[in-house]
Design a protein around this ligand. Structure first.
Ligand code: NAD
Length: 257
């Protein structure tokens, strides 16, 4: 269990005073559950591949078995991972404040910790669908026991097309309903509310634009990240710690009244 963090006074005051908390999470949120961020080195078989090259429609068109093998391995990782204390703290936060979680993550760890997620901006790893006709694929195809470099994707029962993960690849359009829910959650913020920005490097748009939209609503923007990000300068407060250290400390502050 990681140590909890010391919180700056300004952060404590902001969180205590907020009615609503919008939480924007990125890959760092799940790092302490053992799911590597894109900027961290990948391990084992996949260390020589650039995720930014695999997570594209072009990579899928060129070699679906390579791309599916990478996702099959990530699905296993996610399935075997557990929510960390940061995920659980956000679920607890909903007992104290109106919470909306908007995540760039494609895993289901927020849900498994007990949170309702307002929007999965980049889709969900486990929502498989046909790459050709778009029909959902029920359940999960058999996954290899060990990471391997090529796995033939499952076939769609309707049209025979290859089945792909339900994620948004670089260059693809974000799901309309996720964008609508996010904009509604930002629009619901007012002065005195808080926007927590957890574990995102702030490079991938439009997600990287949401913290400044929250600030424009009058919300206090607080970054939780062990290192500086592209968003640090626009945040009102930065807490240099990990999700599993800082988020439980925030909930403790509210528990204490
Ligand atoms: P990113 O990889 O660009 O950045 C991760 C950020 O998290 C970095 O700023 C890093 O300093 C920070 N971080 C690392 N460990 C942390 C911790 N323990 N606590 C808090 N912060 C920590 O990720 P991104 O900004 O989310 O964007 C990249 C894309 O990667 C997104 O599109 C996302 O869908 C995808 N992705 C998702 C997952 C997942 O679903 N778990 C994993 C990897 C990548």
């Amino acid at each position: 269990m990681p140590e909890t963090a010391e919180l700056p006074d300004g952060v404590v005051t902001a969180v205590r005073g907020a009615r609503r908390v919008l939480v924007l999470t990125g890959a760092g949120m799940s790092a302490e559950s053992g799911i590597a961020t894109f900027r961290d080195a990948q391990t084992g078989l996949w260390e020589t591949f650039d995720p930014g090259q695999l997570a594209t429609p072009e990579a899928w068109a060129a070699d679906p078995a390579l791309v599916w093998a990478w996702y099959a391995w990530r699905i296993r990782l996610v399935r075997d991972a557990e929510p960390n204390p940061g995920h659980r703290a956000l679920a607890d936060l909903a007992a104290h404040r109106e919470v909306a979680i908007v995540t760039q993550n494609i895993d289901d760890l927020h849900e498994r910790a007990g949170s309702q997620v307002a929007a999965h901006l980049h889709g969900s790893l486990l929502d498989l669908r046909c790459a050709q006709c778009g029909a959902p694929f029920e359940g999960l195809p058999e996954l290899p026991e060990e990471p391997v470099e090529r796995v033939t994707p499952a076939s769609c029962a309707g049209c025979g097309g290859d089945v792909r993960p339900g994620v948004v690849w670089f260059g693809e359009v974000l799901p309309e309903d996720a964008v609508r829910e996010t904009e509604a959650a930002i629009g619901a913020l007012g002065p005195g509310d808080v926007c927590l920005v957890v574990g995102t490097s702030g490079i991938v748009f439009p997600a990287a634009g949401y913290p400044s939209a929250a600030a424009a609503q009058g919300a206090t923007v607080i970054e939780v990240n062990p290192v500086e990000s592209e968003l640090s300068d626009l945040c009102h407060h930065v807490v240099r710690g990990t999700a599993a250290q800082v988020l439980p400390a925030l909930v403790t502050v509210l528990d204490e009244g």
